[in-house]
Design a protein. Structure first.
Length: 185
């Protein structure tokens, strides 16, 4: 799906707010993968992530009339709904841990078994290092480097200032680097 320019996005949101199901369907199709990925990295279980993703879009459809484009971008609003859904999910589960990618995400038939084993080992080191970060740092790293969001968007999602986001990223990256280097010794 092509990247939405800001004008088209604003128009689609406006139409969806007016009840245009086709406009919301387009927004849904555009954002479902990144929202699912964000949730999946936090809950670890594919089925749970699918259910939470669907509930995010149901909440978005139901709450669209309250969305104000001028306050936050639509994508930040969606991620905030997803973030709150994840928090509720873990509150119910009474645990909070870093997500786990399914091993099959590394599968690629074009790669040799040696490449796959090397990737799996690298992934394991990164996953273990991520697990040692604070929940807040994990979330920032996922939003920034996996979802590719800007600091401004992350600030809108988390309710923190951009300077705080930059500091959290810096500390998280430094900590990850130290943990990975320590593991390589």
């Amino acid at each position: 799906m092509d990247k939405l320019n800001e004008e088209k996005l604003i128009e689609l949101v406006r139409l969806a707010k007016e009840g245009d199901k086709k406009a919301f369907e387009y927004l849904y199709n555009y954002y479902i993968s990144p929202i699912f990925r964000f949730i999946y990295f936090r809950v670890k279980i594919r089925e749970e992530a699918e259910d939470l993703t669907q509930s995010v879009f149901l909440k978005a459809w139901g709450g669209l009339v309250q969305f104000k484009q001028k306050e936050v971008p639509f994508s930040s609003w969606l991620y905030a709904i997803a973030r709150n859904s994840i928090i509720d999910y873990w509150r119910k589960k009474k645990e909070w841990k870093i997500s786990d990618l399914a091993k099959n995400t590394l599968q690629d038939d074009r790669k040799s078994i040696y490449d796959l084993i090397e990737e799996e080992e690298k992934f394991k080191v990164i996953k273990e290092a991520m697990g040692l970060l604070s929940d807040e740092q994990q979330e920032i790293i996922i939003l920034k480097f996996i979802e590719g969001l800007s600091n401004k968007e992350i600030a809108g999602i988390t309710g923190k200032k951009e300077d705080s986001i930059r500091q959290l990223q810096f500390r998280a990256i430094k900590s990850l680097k130290e943990k990975i280097e320590k593991n390589e010794r």
